[in-house]
Design a binder for this molecule. Structure first.
Ligand code: HEM
Length: 375
């Protein structure tokens, strides 16, 4: 928990910024390749977003650069794509999970299981090597860095085995979620060009130009751009990447006087709660960053209770990476919107929601970007 506190997260802004620069530069290089000299071309947002968020969780989370932006075909990136873009077979197995026990399905000798097991082994091996490397440095009295893994290991209290398990969780939990949020943000900014323009103006006025290789940012600079904060919150509200999750009741309980016996599976749906007109008003289904602007609204969006927004859940098993995710997301979004004008590749694009563990635009999101000068 302390390693994920804002006290530590604020030291990570320069890492978020330099990875944001690397990805925007790489996207420009990619469109150059497509169209010769023009700084304009089509990119698939999901692919770039996954690569940059994997790199960020690598450097800021564990002090290791996976270089997924530079090398999309790296073993680790490919293996996460296997896990997060499940094909039909994996979906069928998931469906079967509703009626058959997990241990049974995991042991079925089918291709999907073999692929997932191979991916899992690779992630575990990578995590084990990283923990081992840090442990050696620590034992030799060397500083290991400001990343989350270093802070957690320096605090003591974890065996290497524990640490590997923690790492596997936050590597997986910490990149596809933010990447899906980026897809939603770009989708909503393409649908709402006026919001896109205003956000770009505020970002450009408030932050140094990202194309300047010497520029960096700190938390105070990013946090004071209130419209950026408002847009990020509204994206998190309207399109929560984890649209539903499950809990099992530990005791007999009640919900609104309805008795719920111990052992009942409960579906918690951020998607349903975040869009509830009783909590957010008649325009609950609309993208309206304004609801987060004005006195007393920056953290509530005008809702009466914190529990009106479940994107990161609440309580002891909520998202431990919430502050990390919010900071990373604000920096990435600022960089993309400051640097690029964006519109759907297909002017008549119609959204179909897909995804596996997270929900996101199905089949990716193709956007025409134009690199803008002067920032
Ligand atoms: C927009 C980005 C993110 C969203 C929407 C999100 C959302 C969530 C949600 C809803 C859960 C609870 C899942 C459940 O219990 O069913 C969760 C758990 C978790 N998240 Fe996030 N997350 C995000 C980013 C991150 C990041 C960047 C990290 C790490 C740096 C992270 C680390 C974790 C971990 C370790 C857990 C498991 C916590 C536990 O079980 O106690 N998340 N996240």
């Amino acid at each position: 928990m302390p390693a994920f506190s804002f006290r530590h997260i604020k030291n990570l802004y320069p890492i978020f910024w330099s990875k944001a620069r690397e990805v925007t530069d790489a996207m420009i290089a990619d469109v150059h390749k497509q169209s010769g000299t023009e700084d304009e071309g089509v990119v698939e947002v999901g692919g770039w977003a996954s690569r940059v968020t994997l790199d960020i969780i690598g450097v800021a989370g564990i002090g290791h650069d996976f270089n997924a932006i530079e090398n999309p075909d790296s073993e680790l990136n490919t293996c996460y794509r296997t896990i997060f873009s499940p094909n039909r077979g994996v979906r069928l197995l998931e469906l079967a999970g509703l009626i058959l026990p997990g241990w049974f399905l995991r042991n079925l000798p089918v291709k999907q299981n073999r692929q997932l097991q191979a991916a899992r082994s690779l992630v575990r091996r990578t995590c084990f090597d990283l923990v081992h490397e840090k442990r050696e440095k620590l034992e030799n009295g060397k500083s290991t860095g400001t990343d989350i893994l270093s802070v957690a290991m320096e605090s003591g209290g974890f065996s290497d085995e524990d640490m590997v398990n923690q790492l596997m969780t936050f590597l997986a939990a910490g990149h596809e979620t933010t990447a899906s949020a980026m897809m939603w943000a770009i989708y909503l900014l393409c649908r709402n060009p006026d919001v896109q323009t205003r956000l770009r103006e505020d970002v450009r006025a408030g932050l140094p130009g990202i194309s300047d290789a010497t520029s960096t940012v700190d938390s105070a600079e990013v946090d004071k751009i209130s419209y950026l904060h408002a847009v990020c919150n509204e994206v998190f509200r309207l399109t929560p990447p984890v649209s539903l999750t499950l809990r099992t009741t530990a005791n007999d309980s009640t919900i609104l006087n309805q008795p719920i016996p111990k052992g009942t599976t409960i579906i918690l749906s951020p998607q349903a709660v975040n869009l509830n007109p009783q909590l957010w008003g008649e325009d609950a289904g609309q993208f309206n960053p304004e609801r987060w602007m004005g006195p007393g609204r920056a953290n509530s969006g005008g809702a009466d209770s914190n529990y009106s927004m479940l994107t990161f859940l609440h309580g002891p098993r909520s998202c431990i990476g919430k502050d990390f995710a919010k900071a990373e997301f604000a920096v990435l979004l600022a960089a993309w919107v400051g640097r690029f004008e964006m519109e759907f590749e297909d002017k008549d694009y119609e959204l179909v929601i897909g995804g596996g563990i997270t929900s996101k635009p199905k089949g990716g999101l193709s956007v025409r970007i134009k690199a803008l000068e002067g920032w």
